[in-house]
Design a protein around this ligand. Structure first.
Ligand code: MLT
Length: 247
């Protein structure tokens, strides 16, 4: 049975994938919480967090589960970690699904924003982070017609731990540029964009997909930055088709 490893974004947790896990019973779904999230312990110092550390943790988990190869499916920060897996652990990767993500590293302005968020998390906690991020995360239709999704996303961010948030901000700020990796990717790739994503805009994702040999590109309507949660049916159809073609 092909395994699929779901890698959540920031500052989310594994529950963001629950609609994919139930919809794809033909495959072995693995949806962990990353270091510093939920019950998963993080390193002693928030400076030790990195995309390399998250990726190494995931490989250690695959070893424990005796999963030799897996399809990886990462959203946003999960996509940055997917790039790290493709760079350093390519033989463990059977295929990759890149949702609402981008290859470039943080700009100097983005790094300043990470620093400001770190201060906000220290001073005011996870609910302040949730309120700051929420307006950028979801499509207009989600805000207008899906209050249950808005409160699910807010709740997920509010229960994030402050050390986990600060550690992730450090990992995001210091992540490498994955643009040079794109043309070297040698496994099948599906790129999923949200039509109204303000953080990883669909136009940039289309360009990214065009650089990855043979990548398939899908835009999800009425979805922002969290397409698998906002439009699970459309996302599950795209993932299911991709997985069936791999089998
Ligand atoms: C995420 O959803 O993981 C974040 O938006 C990533 C980022 O801020 O770069």
């Amino acid at each position: 049975m092909t395994a699929i490893l779901f890698i959540h974004g920031f500052p989310f947790d594994h529950t963001m994938w629950r609609r994919q896990v139930v919809a794809l019973p033909r495959w072995q779904s693995i949806a962990p919480d990353l270091a510093g999230v939920g019950e998963t312990p993080g390193p002693a110092s928030t400076d030790e967090y990195s995309v390399a550390l998250y990726a190494a943790d995931l490989v250690a988990m695959l070893d424990r589960l005796k999963v030799e190869q897996t399809v990886i499916c990462g959203l946003s920060m999960g996509g940055y970690i997917a790039f790290e897996l493709l760079r350093r652990h390519a033989r463990r990767v059977r295929g990759a699904i890149l949702c609402n993500t981008k290859a470039a590293a943080d700009t100097p302005e983005a790094k300043q924003d990470r620093d400001a968020m770190t201060v906000l998390a220290k001073q005011s906690g996870s609910s302040a982070i949730a309120e700051r991020l929420l307006p950028k995360l979801l499509a207009r239709a989600t805000f207008e017609r899906r209050p249950e999704i808005v409160s699910e996303v807010r709740g997920m961010m509010t229960r994030a731990s402050v050390p986990g948030i600060i550690g992730a901000l450090h990992a995001l700020r210091e992540r490498p540029d994955s643009t040079p990796l794109l043309k070297t990717i040698g496994v099948p790739v599906l790129v999923i964009a949200g039509e109204e994503d303000q953080i990883a805009p669909a136009a940039g994702m289309r360009e990214m997909a065009g650089t990855i040999p043979g990548a398939r590109f899908v835009v999800i309507s009425e979805a922002g930055h969290v397409a698998p949660l906002e439009q699970p049916d459309a996302v599950n159809t795209a993932i299911g088709e991709f997985l069936r073609n791999l089998d």
